[in-house]
Design a protein around this ligand. Structure first.
Ligand SMILES: Nc1ncnc2c1ncn2[C@@H]1O[C@H](COP(=O)(O)OP(=O)(O)OP(=O)(O)O)[C@@H](O)[C@H]1O
Length: 329
């Protein structure tokens, strides 16, 4: 996990998607009254996010050379990671985002953080954003933990005094010394994923964000750190900060969030009370498992029937053969 990226006040990303594959026209802005509007931290309207990858049907060197000689192009594949999603998040909300692997959760978070521009639709994020992503972005691996903290502070435009204060608070929170003496003064490339996660989390929450975007950031820490991180997030929330938490840890989401959205194949399936959404998701997972088991059982039964039929045919052939050559079977 890692990383911090802080962006300033109203961040609006909007793309018409002129060059993108045809998709439904962006929904017109929802009419909400002014008071409600100013309470919003995040507003997402008909968001589509597509990845384009080169689909190589035959990925061998020989095939690549033939293709080059024939000047054939590799076909482009479009992956619709987020497919027309709209929601609003008032300030002070802890929004849990759940869904199966590849449902589009991280892609959505990348769009909220501004890393990924929308293919189509609109994302509006109001306030200072701090992002804790699952993969290490933002830290220089060759610098020590301490140096990275200072670098992050300078990038934020903090004064020397601010950096000194925050540096101490971050180092105290990450508490790497309890794991390995002097770790804070070693290059971050020597850190374990858990140590890395602790520094990243400590930096992210001390950026004083209005909006904290967290992608599985708690998964790398040990149980004690997870508890401490959860407490810190709840504290941020009590101070009316907004948190978007992407996680497969359904009980963490249930415990921490006060609103939840469920993503499935890039679509928003359900949005609402965390207990209701999580229970519905668990029920769907149970149904999917049952359907998969039933399919497997049906396949096995069909295979067994086919095996029996083959064996019976072989037996009949054997009998016919023996009859033909006049021997008893
Ligand atoms: N950089 C990329 N290039 C191409 N396709 C991508 C890229 N990143 C993600 N995808 C695809 O987009 C879809 C959504 O991926 P995403 O990582 O957002 O899902 P997720 O819900 O966060 O999954 P997980 O729970 O496994 O982390 C998947 O089909 C994935 O293969």
């Amino acid at each position: 996990m890692s990383s911090l990226s802080a962006s300033e006040t109203v961040e609006t990303t909007e793309t018409s998607g002129a060059e993108q594959p045809a998709a439904p026209a962006a929904a017109s802005a929802k009419v909400i009254d002014k008071k409600q509007e100013t309470r919003l931290a995040i507003k997402v309207e008909d968001l589509h996010l597509y990845y384009r990858t080169k689909a190589e049907a035959n990925p061998t060197l020989k095939a690549a050379l033939i293709r080059k000689a024939k000047r054939q192009k590799v076909e482009q594949k479009v992956i619709k990671a987020v497919n027309g999603v709209s929601f609003e998040v008032p300030h002070g909300t802890v929004l849990g985002v759940i869904g199966h692997n590849g449902a589009g959760k991280s892609t959505l978070l990348r769009a909220l953080s501004g890393i990924l521009p929308p293919t189509q639709g609109r994302v509006e994020v109001r306030g200072r954003v701090s992002t804790l992503l699952a993969l290490g972005v933002g830290f220089n691996q060759n610098l020590t933990g301490r140096e990275n903290i200072v670098l992050g502070g300078l990038a934020q435009g903090w004064s020397k005094d601010q950096i000194r204060d925050k540096e101490n608070a971050i180092i105290d929170f990450a508490d790497l010394d309890s794991l390995s003496d002097g770790a804070m003064d070693r290059p971050m490339k020597t850190y374990s994923s858990g140590m890395y996660a602790r520094v990243a989390f400590a930096v992210g929450v001390h950026m004083d964000p209005d909006i904290l975007l967290v992608d599985e950031a708690l998964s790398a820490g040990d149980a004690r750190f997870k508890e401490k991180a959860t407490e810190k997030m709840l504290e941020l929330c009590e101070n009316a900060r907004t948190i978007v938490l992407v996680s497969h840890g359904l009980e963490t989401v249930r415990h921490m969030s006060n609103h939840c959205i469920w993503m499935d194949h890039g679509n928003l399936v359900q949005s609402g009370d965390p207990d209701e959404v999580i229970d519905a998701y668990i029920e769907r997972q149970r149904q999917d498992r049952e359907a998969a088991d039933a399919k497997k059982r049906a396949l096995e039964a069909a295979e067994a029937k086919e095996d029996q039929a083959v064996a019976a045919r072989a037996e009949r052939t054997k009998e016919a053969l023996h009859k033909a050559i006049g021997e008893d079977v």
